[in-house]
Design a protein. Structure first.
Length: 255
């Protein structure tokens, strides 16, 4: 298949960036058969990153397996905020890790961190093993997955928990709604159910002066900050207009 024929097929399927996607698929395919398979998957609606088997995240090429939540570009801002708070030797935990992209970025940009990643989804955990083989990897529901020895020792706790309100999941693009796990999308009635759990229990796990970081929408920021205050931490809101990203930080006092 030529570039023009791949572009034509992708465009007919409604791919807005058909030329860019065609070049990526052509550069990734190992054979004509592989190329036809990948084009067929994309035409059928599979997310581009799952078709390619990878996504670009900050300066990394992150493996993305079928059925695993695709790291969004806006989440690069969350990773950057975590990087800014980590130091060599810091204990960093990436909850709801998905592919492990955020943890991988922190480990790549802050050499010497002690990285733990976890997710409730076995497929995500398997994918994260490929992206952060140097990390200690756990499977389970939020903090239940973590070893008890981490209590009171975590310096940077980052969680890209789902924050789409349940009633809005059906309006997500088909790529996400049909091909990514619901557990990675549905954030409950107002989108903050899991985020509130992350924040409420964070003080039990954070070291003095440690921080918990979560991604939300701009509209949810006030609710997330209220949860931070209720948990006894100091809240900060950081945002990026370029990436349309909002991150809430809760910082523990230094005792």
């Amino acid at each position: 298949m030529s570039l023009s024929s791949v572009v034509s097929e992708l465009r007919s399927a409604g791919c807005v960036f058909a030329e860019d996607e065609a070049r990526l698929i052509l550069s990734t395919a190992d054979s004509p058969e592989d190329l036809r398979r990948m084009v067929g998957q994309r035409v059928a609606g599979l997310p581009l990153e799952q078709v390619l088997g990878w996504a670009r995240f900050r300066d990394l090429r992150v493996a993305v397996d079928p059925g695993v939540f695709v790291p969004r570009r806006r989440t690069e801002f969350l990773a950057g905020e975590a990087v800014a708070r980590a130091r060599p030797g810091s204990v960093v935990v990436d909850l709801c890790c998905g592919t492990g992209a955020v943890g991988a970025a922190v480990a790549a940009e802050v050499p010497g961190v002690i990285l733990h990643v976890s997710d409730i989804d076995p497929a995500a955990v398997a994918c994260a093993r490929r992206n952060v083989p140097q990390a200690l990897i756990h499977q389970g529901d939020l903090y239940q997955a973590l070893p008890l020895l981490l209590r009171g020792r975590i310096d940077v706790l980052v969680a890209n928990a789902p924050y789409v309100p349940t009633d809005e999941v059906d309006y997500l693009p088909p790529e996400a709604r049909l091909h990514e796990p619901l557990v990675a999308l549905d954030g409950g009635e107002d989108g903050l159910a899991l985020i509130r759990r992350v924040i409420r229990l964070a003080p039990e796990w954070l070291a003095p002066g440690g921080s918990v970081l979560v991604e939300t929408s701009e509209e949810q920021a006030a609710g997330a900050c209220a949860a931070v205050l209720k948990a006894g931490m100091e809240p900060f809101i950081t945002s990026s207009a370029e990436l349309d990203a909002t991150v809430i930080v809760g910082q523990m006092p230094i005792r």
